[in-house]
Design a protein around this ligand. Structure first.
Ligand code: CP
Ligand code: NVA
Length: 335
């Protein structure tokens, strides 16, 4: 983690909002690393960046971002690259799919090299500990771009989407149906921090991890939110404002596809299941979707689907994240 080098100037007041200031130089390994106020500040900035991208055109001029990915990616890689490029910085991508990080060289030695060349390290890994370990060594911020445990950048974009649709996440009935995986974990922690009521409907043995449930509930106790875990998919979506699902088999679990398919069949989000949600409900998915497995074409392509807004918002949310962690300054005019 880097020292505090934040240089943000709020255009209206010339002062530094304290949650934003506190994020300078920080890591994002888990979304729970950020407080409620820090998540709110990130989302507030993301709304502004989305509204007025030109104001931030050179805010990270000459900053360097390196990305090491042990797993495939479309959205995360390209939204991080477009984000930093359009803020005036540059991205370096290292395909790490053929050899795990730490194999050729220790994470400690890698980080001692990287911190001398770049301003931020973005990692997509299998083991979550690869990210926390790199963060413990590196002097610059480290960002989790998906691990087996969490996908915090996805959750930021998803709650940006929720705020755009509903104004606020507070008090919202947010349902997740399917595997209690990395995406589900980060959504639970974020929902708790923003005071939403989240209901997770998962098959037996595929519920979210018990320690993440406990952590999310502890946060929700302070924010007025709640976290409920059920096994009935209909009960999970009854009256929901948003219905979210993800693949039944995450990257690294492909060998379980055949075993999992029948177990997850009753959890498919189709028009019958969506009919139990509120009539104004939106459908959400992090993508990539396995069409007609965890979600039908009719729902994915239907009028309630917000999936491509979520995908777009990955870029805006990550711009805000990079600005806050790297200390970007807002400029009224482009260079
Ligand atoms: N949602 C998401 O992270 O997509 P990618 O795997 O394509 O990056
Ligand atoms: N849970 C999925 C998310 C992909 C963006 C996976 O980890 O493969």
């Amino acid at each position: 983690m880097a020292s505090n080098t934040y240089t943000w100037n709020d255009a209206a007041t010339g002062t530094l909002p304290s949650p934003a200031e506190s994020l300078a130089g920080r890591d994002l390994c888990s979304i729970a690393d950020f407080s409620t106020a820090e998540i709110a500040a990130t989302l507030k900035l993301a709304h502004d960046v989305k509204q007025s991208p030109q104001d931030y055109r050179w805010a990270l001029d000459a900053k360097q971002m390196v990305m090491f990915f042990e797993k495939a990616s479309l959205r995360t890689r390209l939204t991080f690259e477009t984000a930093i490029n359009t803020l005036g910085g540059s991205a370096i991508f290292v395909d790490q799919t053929q050899s795990p990080l730490g194999e050729r060289e220790s994470l400690a030695d890698m980080s001692r090299n990287l911190e001398r060349w770049v301003n931020v390290i973005v990692l997509r890994t299998y083991a979550h500990e690869t990210i926390t370990e790199m963060a413990s060594y590196a002097a610059c911020p480290v960002i989790n771009a998906l691990s087996d445990l969490e996908h915090p950048c996805q959750a930021l974009a998803d709650f940006l989407t929720v705020e755009q649709k509903f104004g606020t996440a507070k008090g919202l009935h947010f349902s997740y149906v399917g595997d209690g995986n990395n995406v589900c974990h980060s959504l639970m922690l974020t929902a708790a921090q923003l005071g939403a009521h989240m209901v997770v409907g998962s098959p037996k043995n595929y519920a979210p991890k018990a320690d993440i449930i406990a952590q999310a509930r502890a946060i929700a106790n302070h924010t007025g939110g709640s976290i409920e875990i059920v096994s009935d998919p209909v009960a999970a979506v009854e009256g929901a404002d948003a219905v979210y699902t993800d693949v039944c088999t995450s990257m690294g679990m492909e060998h379980e596809v055949t075993k999992r398919a029948p177990i997850f069949k009753p959890y498919q989000v189709n028009e019958q299941l969506m009919a139990h949600a509120a009539s104004h409900a939106i459908f959400m998915h992090c993508l990539p979707a396995h069409r007609n497995a965890e979600v039908t074409d009719a729902v994915l392509d239907g009028p309630q689907s917000a999936v491509f807004e979520q995908a777009e918002n990955r870029m805006h949310a990550q711009k805000a994240l990079l600005l806050l962690l790297l200390g970007g300054s807002k400029q009224a005019a482009s260079k």
